[in-house]
Design a protein around this ligand. Structure first.
Ligand SMILES: *Cc1c(COP(=O)(O)O)cnc(C)c1O
Length: 369
């Protein structure tokens, strides 16, 4: 038996007819850029998040880059975020000429909001909390700080479509929030895609200008722009998939519960947390243990697809050497990077597959113990 880390084909087969028809309709229609599927999906997804407006863009990375740009963050500005994230959260800050400032992570692997205030100075303009692995950041204290110090909040919700904080969906807390529809995300396109949701019509307007050459009407350009659009084919696919998202989230949560039921007996393994304020959507199912490297090799040798998210925290990547933030500055982030392991997780994962993975995890732990 082999258990894939993720298998996108299973999901496609479960919605094949709808998707094939949806793509076919776009091909027949002949409008591929900024058509009715994009504007409908922008509204539908914003509504799903409980936010006012949506602007489709080419990727999650672009959603972040354009959000910072739309908020006027640039040269000399500092932006507080985490090093325990996908690198593009930080790239977006650097692309705008800003300087990333990192906060350590807490036991949920997301931003430790208790450590933000000590980093705030006059150059800090914004905070980017990342709802990593599908677990929301503790938003209330973060928003309180942002309000007190007059900082923008941009949620990086690329791994957290549908996740909730105190009963409210992520994406509705910040000045704006950024989503990715990279194929393996909880809501994934069949190609690249991204979206910015916001409650502020002006921010929405600016993102829409920036994504389309700064063009306000044909041949009239009011901002230095980009070409960064969600395309019609992807939007058509995403509209279809959005209808299934809540069911897929509940399947991810059921799969997580199955892992927990078996692995709970082993104190050597730290299981993913779900704080009382959180509805976690398990983009990834991340466990933590001392013998991570050995476990990774063992599971791989048994045909189990595993991953590490992320093996090198962003401040220790070569691309951020120039910041001169050495090892030891973010102790928990750095420690977690040595100990975390992502197990197979997707809605269509079967009970038998989870059992297979757990059997080998148990076997490894008993052998070690
Ligand atoms: C995937 C991801 C991004 C980037 O999204 P792309 O669509 O791949 O550009 C940004 N932040 C986080 C946390 C992500 O997981």
């Amino acid at each position: 038996m082999k258990v894939p880390f993720v298998d996108l084909k299973r999901q496609y087969h479960s919605i094949k007819k709808e998707v094939d028809d949806g793509i076919g309709a776009v091909l027949e229609n002949g409008q591929f850029i900024l058509g009715k599927n994009v504007s409908a999906f922008e509204d539908e997804f914003a509504k799903y998040c409980g936010a006012g407006f949506g602007a489709g863009v080419a990727s999650g990375t672009d959603a972040l880059v354009l959000s910072l740009k739309a908020l006027g963050i640039g040269q000399g500005d500092q932006v507080i975020t985490v090093a325990n994230t996908f690198v593009s959260t930080v790239d977006a800050i650097a692309h705008n000429g800003g300087t990333p400032v990192f906060v350590d992570s807490d036991e949920t692997y997301t931003m430790d909001v208790r450590k933000i205030e000590q980093l705030i100075n006059r150059k800090v303009k914004a905070i980017i909390p990342v709802h990593l692995f599908g677990h929301p950041v503790d938003m209330d204290p973060l928003l309180e700080l942002a309000e007190k110090h007059d900082l923008f909040v941009i949620e990086d919700a690329a791994q957290a479509h549908g996740a909730e904080y105190k009963g409210r969906k992520v994406g509705s807390f910040g000045d704006c929030a950024c989503f990715s529809f990279y194929p393996s995300k909880n809501l994934g396109a069949y190609g690249d895609g991204g979206l910015v949701v916001t409650g502020d019509p002006e921010i929405n307007e600016r993102i829409k200008l920036l994504r389309q050459y700064g063009e306000i009407e044909k041949n009239r350009h009011v901002l230095v722009g980009y070409n960064s659009r969600l395309d019609e084919i992807q939007a058509a696919v995403l509209r279809i998939k959005l209808k299934h998202l809540d069911k897929w989230i509940s399947e991810r949560r059921k799969n997580a519960a199955k892992y927990v039921e078996v692995l709970d007996d082993f104190s050597e393994v730290v299981l993913p947390s779900e704080k009382e304020y959180a509805k976690q959507v398990f983009h990834l199912f991340v466990i933590r243990l001392k013998e991570r490297n050995e476990m990774q090799k063992w599971l791989s040798s048994k045909g189990v697809g595993v991953g590490i998210h992320y093996p090198t925290p962003v401040h220790l990547q070569k691309s951020y050497e120039y910041l001169k933030i050495g090892k030891g500055s973010l102790p928990l982030t750095e420690r977690y990077a040595q100990e975390i392991l992502s197990l197979p997780m997707f809605p269509e994962l079967t009970g038998d597959e989870i059992e297979y993975v757990c059997e080998y995890i148990k076997g490894f732990l008993k052998r070690e113990g």
